[in-house]
Design a protein around this ligand. Structure first.
Ligand SMILES: [Zn+2]
Length: 134
């Protein structure tokens, strides 16, 4: 099962955890939101492999995603926009959606689209069966 990414509300440290527990930096309790989950898979690609993609959830930086990796972000109900960057490249086709009782799980696939001058990160809606099993 992929890890859960959370930003500590006390100190702001972004970390990957498997369950509720203490923050690895400040030791305050981390309590995961349980309304919904945003799962993001960065599709495996030979392009720009060494560079982690930066994740921004409603403009808040949430760490990086390596090539061919996935992460789950537990969230409360609400409106969300996922933006991703690749190195200095901030061009991105964002994903925007609502997490509601009828739409608790959102699956996204991210890939790098080559352009003549600059590349663009494209984030597309996906489905559970399109996510890697790990
Ligand atoms: Zn902390």
């Amino acid at each position: 099962m992929s890890l859960l990414r959370i930003k500590c509300p006390s100190c702001g440290e972004v970390q990957d955890i498997t369950a509720n527990g203490p923050c690895r930096k400040c030791s305050n309790a981390l309590v995961l939101p349980e309304d919904g989950v945003i799962q993001i898979y960065r599709m495996g690609s030979p392009l720009g492999i060494a560079v982690g993609m930066g994740i921004y959830l409603n403009e808040v930086p949430l760490g990086y995603l390596a090539n061919a990796e996935q992460i789950r972000i537990p969230v409360a109900y609400g409106h969300y926009k996922v933006h991703m960057t690749h190195g200095a490249n901030r061009r991105c086709k964002d994903a925007e959606f609502d997490i509601t009782p009828e739409n608790r799980f959102v699956y996204l696939k991210a890939r790098l689209k080559m352009g003549l001058i600059t590349n663009t990160v494209v984030i597309e809606p996906s489905t559970a069966d399109q996510m890697p099993a790990n």
